[in-house]
Each structure stands twice: as C-alpha cells, then as structure tokens.
Design a protein around this ligand. Structure first.
Ligand code: NDP
Ligand code: 2IT
Length: 453
C-alpha cells in the first residue's frame, strides 16, 4: 500500500472507531485505486477519497412504537445520505437487530459505487433500524413502519432521497412506509421503490437482484466460452435475493442444492426445483417460517444447524461449480473460501453485500476463479429501482419484457465496464478492481465538475 492510502486508512479508522465493516469496505476500494491515484494526481489534490468516505449527511433518530401487548418499544432509526454527485441518494432500508451506524455506513459506501456502475443517475444512501421484525405481527410491523416514517419523511423525496428494501424490508414494509409517507407529505410520488405493482411498482423489481446476480455469472462464464446450464450451485440465504437466484438458475438449466437462514442450512442433492421453490416462497414470504422445515418437506434433504464454534460454514463445503452468497455480510471467511475452491467452485457471484471477508477475497483473487463482488453482481436490484423511478417520472409502466431486457443490458454493461477498467489499470480478470475503479471514476469526475461542495 502507498503511503497516501495507508495514511487515509489510518485516518478513517481513527475517525470512525468501532465500525469494522465500514473500514473493511473502504479498505477494499482504496486498495483498488492505487494505480488510479498514480495516474491521476488530480483526484488526490481534489481530495476526492477524503470527501467520499465522509457521508454528506447522517440522520439518526428515535423510533418509539407500541407492541400488541401495549408495551412501549424504542428502536433506533438511521439514514446515511452518503453521496449525491450523480443523482438523488438511493439505497435500501435494512431492519435487523444487528443494524448499527457502521454497518449502514459500509452499505451506503458500497451503494455509491454500485449505483454508479448501473449507468443510471442515482447517488448512494442506506438506512434502517435495529428493529427485529421476526415474530412480530403485521399490526406491530405497521406501527413500527409508521413511526419510522414519521421522522424519515421530512428528509426524503423523489428528487432527494429514494429508499427501498433490504434485509427485513420487503413488499409488506414498503407498503406501510409508503402509506405513511403519502399521508404526511400529502403527495403520491416515487419516493420509495419496490412498491406494489398496483400502486407504482415496477415489474421485475422483486426478481431483479437474484436474476441480475445469475446474469452476471453468465457474463463471466461467457469470457471462458462456458455457460451455466448443467452446473451445480450453492446458494445461501432464503429471502428475496436467494429465492430469485434459484428461480433464474432453474430457468437456465442449472441446479441449486442449498438454501439457508440464520439458524442453519439445507442441502438437497436432487436440486431445489420450481415446485420446491414455490414451497420455500410460501414458507418464507407468507408463513414466515424457518428453512429447517424444508428437510421435513423434501425427502433426501438434510438440515444442518449453524455452529459458530466451528469457525467455518459447512454450506460452503459441498462440491459444486458456482456459489451465490445471498444472505449477509462476511458469511464467507478465509476457510470458507478455501473450502469452496477445494469443492470445485470456479464461479462466485455475490448477491449479498460484502459477503466475503477481506481474507476470503484474497483467496478468490489468488485462485483466479471468476469472482464478482457484490457491488457489481447484485446491482440488478437497484438498477430496476432506477427503472421504477424512471417509470414513476413518466407516469407510465413498461412491460415485463421491456424491464427484463433493460436489466440484462445493464448487467452486461456493468460486466463490460468491470472488465475494461480492470484491464486498463493493469489487473485483467480482477472484477474487484474493475468494479471499484469504474464506479469510482464516474463519481469522482462528477464531484470534480461540481466543485467543492
Ligand atoms: P431478506 O430479508 O429477504 O433475506 C435475508 C436472508 O438472509 C434470510 O434468509 C435471513 O435469514 C438471512 N440472514 C440475514 N441476516 C443474517 C445473518 N446475520 N446471519 C445469517 N443469515 C442471515 O433480504 P434480502 O434477500 O433482500 O437480502 C440478502 C442480501 O442481499 C443482503 O446482503 C442485502 O444487503 C443484499 N441485497 C439485497 C437487495 C435487494 O434488492 N433486496 C439488492 C442488493 C443486495 P433469517 O430469516 O433467519 O434472518
Ligand atoms: O443493496 C442494494 O442495492 C439494495 N438493497 C437495493 C437498493 C435499492 O434502492 O433498490
């Protein structure tokens, strides 16, 4: 690492203590940018990176609400408005007990470069709460969402900041949040994406992240004259991203053999076919049950509970060709990455945000497998959010085919941008550098054009 980058990282760590995920995300980006700074001293003198690691605005607020027993509950709400150089702040809301400032800052930082890669005019943001929706009734979730939006609404808007879903925030939550925004602002607008189809949502938005991650894997395989059909795939998570990853894999003739949630994972050597997937969607989206039930429903499938003392995740030890981590950050550590390579995996396409630790990423890069970081591979979700914003602005809706074609074009363009930037800056085949450099250049140039703001 150059002295400049070392000093920058030291400052980031000193200024943002107790935010290891944020340090990790920044470190990965600045490492990729060494050669960019050597060739373009103007970015250094304009102190673009120093500005990019500092959110334009951080909102943190109290979210009081009453549970079904009449007890008062208090959660913490956040919105990180990270960077608006190329468009309104855009990014999801996460409701999960692990949510804190550092996790949302890492997600917002990633989002800035991801959104730049989509080619659409969106800045970067992220928000959420440490609220845990698990085990809560619909009425409790509604009251929480209404209280959360009662503060958030004054900071967002269709031309200012446009939130969407992430972990723990799906169609139900977006509905409650939108209803409260509309009531408080007295305005029906495209202030959120991921809306219901009957009230301003876009076709393919629920599918987009999973479909996009599979599409990105196809693009990477194409560079080696290969395709997905017939390949065995490991998928983690069992929420929105995982479900539509499996759906697309089935459509393309590949076989997904695993799914997980925070309790453990299921292995189904016969493959999670469309009928079994429909059952999983019912289980997770309607009944809100646990993935362990899959092993009771499907003969020959096995559930293994997670054991943190193991030091590795047994899901990643199964023999396979491809892996689609689609649960959460740092779910693949160094040992997991080694296990994946040992098991024959040659393609990793990240549906989740930063699912691989820095040491795990090094293992993938050294082994020269096809490895796509989340900010490139999972950009399909926010890309279709951008298309939802465009449709809302036109007061018009495109057909499924129109949106799907645009999504595929965007994923293919992101792939090309990563490959081109990786080659231009001396690391061909390195999608991490490619994605970071291509995303950064777009944002950095916009920041320079707009002066010191
Ligand atoms: P969902 O809430 O729909 O599903 C999340 C899944 O991951 C659940 O199976 C959940 O299990 C599991 N999970 C969550 N946290 C943990 C944890 N700490 N340890 C183990 N498992 C966990 O979320 P999404 O599918 O939307 O999001 C999954 C990932 O994809 C996240 O990293 C998100 O940031 C990323 N992403 C999402 C996009 C979107 O459009 N939704 C777009 C781009 C990226 P359990 O139910 O037990 O908690
Ligand atoms: O991480 C992500 O890109 C998302 N959760 C989707 C964000 C969005 O605005 O659709």
């Amino acid at each position: 690492m150059s002295e400049y980058v070392q000093q920058l990282m030291a400052d980031v760590v000193a200024k943002n203590p107790s935010e290891p995920e944020f340090h990790q995300a920044v470190h990965e980006v600045v490492e990729s940018l060494e050669l960019v700074f050597e060739r373009h001293p103007e970015y250094r003198s304009a102190r673009i990176l120093e500005r990019a690691v500092e959110p334009e605005r951080v909102l943190m607020f109290r979210v009081p609400w009453m549970d079904d027993r009449g007890d008062v509950q208090v959660n913490r709400g956040f919105r990180i408005e990270m960077n608006s150089a190329i468009g309104p702040y855009k990014g999801g809301l996460r409701f999960h007990p692990s949510v804190n400032l550092g996790i949302l800052k890492f997600l917002a930082f990633e989002q800035v470069f991801k959104n730049a890669l989509t080619t659409l005019p969106m800045g970067g943001g992220k928000g959420g709460s440490d609220f845990n929706p698990k085990g809560r009734s619909d009425a409790e979730v509604m009251r929480f969402c209404q209280s959360f939006m009662t503060e958030l609404y004054r900071h967002i808007g269709p031309n200012t900041d446009v939130p969407a879903g992430d972990i723990g925030v799906g169609g139900r939550e977006i509905g409650y949040l939108f209803g409260q925004y509309k009531r408080l602002a007295n305005e029906f607008s495209g202030v959120l994406t991921g809306k219901g189809l009957g009230w301003g949502g876009s076709l393919i938005r629920p599918e987009a992240t999973g479909y996009g991650a599979v599409c990105f894997a196809c693009e990477m395989l194409k560079t080696r004259g290969q395709e997905l059909s017939g390949r065995t795939c490991l998928v983690s998570g069992s929420g929105n991203v995982a479900q539509y990853t499996v759906e697309k894999l089935n459509e393309l003739g590949a076989k997904a053999v695993t799914l997980s949630d925070s309790s453990g994972y299921v292995y189904d050597p016969e493959g999670i076919d469309p009928e079994k997937l429909a059952w999983v969607m019912q289980l997770k989206n309607v009944r809100r049950g646990r993935i362990s039930e899959y092993a009771e429903y499907v003969r020959g499938a096995k559930f293994t509970p997670f054991d943190p003392s193991l030091g590795h995740n047994p899901l990643w030890t199964h023999e396979a060709d491809c892996a689609f981590p689609s649960a959460t950050q740092n779910e693949i550590n160094e040992q997991d990455a080694k296990n994946l390579i040992k098991g024959g995996v040659t393609v990793v396409s990240e549906g989740a945000n930063m699912p691989t630790t820095a040491q795990g990423v090094s293992v993938f890069l050294q082994s020269k497998i096809l490895y796509a970081p989340g900010k490139a591979a999972n950009a399909g979700g926010v890309a279709v959010s951008g298309l939802e914003m465009a449709q809302n602005s036109m007061r018009y809706g495109w057909t499924r085919d129109e949106v799907d074609t645009r999504l595929q074009m965007i994923m293919s363009d992101i792939h090309t941008s990563c490959v081109t930037a990786g080659e231009r800056f001396g690391t061909p085949g390195n999608y991490v550098n490619g994605a970071n450099i291509a995303g950064f250049l777009k944002v950095a140039d916009a920041m320079i054009d707009q002066g010191l703001v």
